[in-house]
Design a binder for this molecule. Structure first.
Ligand SMILES: N[C@H](CCC[C@H](N)C(=O)O)C(=O)O
Length: 301
């Protein structure tokens, strides 16, 4: 047992996020707490974004990211927008700088409530993604699933957006694939020594894509921000689209889009989209025991 902390149940395009306030204390949300929270339908989540005191000058907070299986993630685009909305509501500030294990992220909340996160620069080197085999060109790697002579999915683009991603290009509706079946096989494929997030992407115009993602450590999710960034970068990198695209996140609830720009001048990826607060409560970061606090809902009415 440890002293409880505040948390907020939020979502980014339906990607289920728990934002946990760990400021002012040295401990962490444990993998066991994550697994316990995910086992309860009311607190089931895709990522926990734990806000810690800043560790570096010029940053507002250190963010620790956990997947629902208790493993760590280096990046979470939808969760980062949720953290911005929570801190903006608390402080009235609009711009924040966060540190994660993958580096420094700058983010800003706009007048219309949407949030832009500078996700940093993509990494294409095979050993940094990481892949198990050397590929000179990671924009199309040798990997396939299904019958050898007629693969269902093949030749993905691989990259790191802080975390590892494989983007499979498809020309049919992304919902028509059995991603629940192929996702775990590809996530854990020997090609990906640190596993990978697996995305199906369909190019729908020179400025738009539709995506659907099987997340490493979380499975089928309604949306994945870093995967949307990776799909946008990979589409531009392979000449499928320009550097600025709208991503239709096929399973997002309600249907929604993210705007992604792979900025020409510095190679940074800027993701813009919404975040939504659902309810708040308190939890024990060592066990995951939690209770709901309805005072904020009462205030809002
Ligand atoms: N939902 C997140 C990504 C989580 C990535 C995580 N599954 C991993 O890399 O292990 C997003 O919006 O970017």
């Amino acid at each position: 047992m440890s002293v409880t902390v505040e948390f907020a149940r939020m979502n980014g395009l339906g990607n289920k996020i728990l934002v946990v306030d760990m400021r002012g204390r040295p401990d962490k949300v444990t993998p066991a707490a994550a697994v316990a929270l995910n086992a309860d339908p009311q607190t089931e989540f895709d990522q926990i974004m734990a806000i810690h005191d800043p560790k570096a000058d010029g940053t507002d907070a250190f963010i620790d990211i956990l997947n629902s299986d208790g493993s760590k993630a280096q990046a979470c685009g939808n969760g980062t927008r949720c953290v911005v909305q929570a801190l903006a509501a608390e402080t009235g500030r609009k711009a924040f700088t966060f540190q994660t294990v993958a580096g420094i992220l700058n983010a800003v909340e706009h007048e219309d409530g949407t949030i832009s996160v500078d996700m940093g620069r993509p990494v294409f080197d095979w050993d940094k993604i990481p892949l198990a085999e050397e590929f000179h060109d990671t924009s199309r790697i040798e990997l396939q699933i299904g019958p050898i002579d007629n693969p269902v999915l093949h030749s993905p683009s691989a990259m790191s957006m802080g975390n590892p991603h494989a983007i499979f290009w498809v020309d049919k509706d992304v919902m028509s694939y059995d991603l629940a079946r192929f996702g775990p096989l590809l996530e854990n494929h020997p090609m990906f020594p640190e596993r990978a997030n697996i995305t199906l992407a369909q190019v729908t115009s020179p400025t738009s894509l539709t995506t659907r993602t099987w997340e490493r450590g979380a499975g089928l999710t309604l949306a994945c921000g870093s995967a949307a960034c990776s799909a946008a970068v990979s589409a531009a990198r392979t000449g499928r689209t320009g550097r600025k695209v709208t991503i239709n996140v096929a399973s997002a609830k309600p249907p929604a889009t993210l705007s992604i720009e792979w900025r020409e001048r510095d190679g940074h990826v800027i993701m813009t989209g919404p975040a939504e607060w659902e309810w708040s409560g308190r939890l024990d970061p060592s066990t995951g025991l939690w209770s709901r606090d309805d005072s904020r809902e009462a205030e809002a009415q």
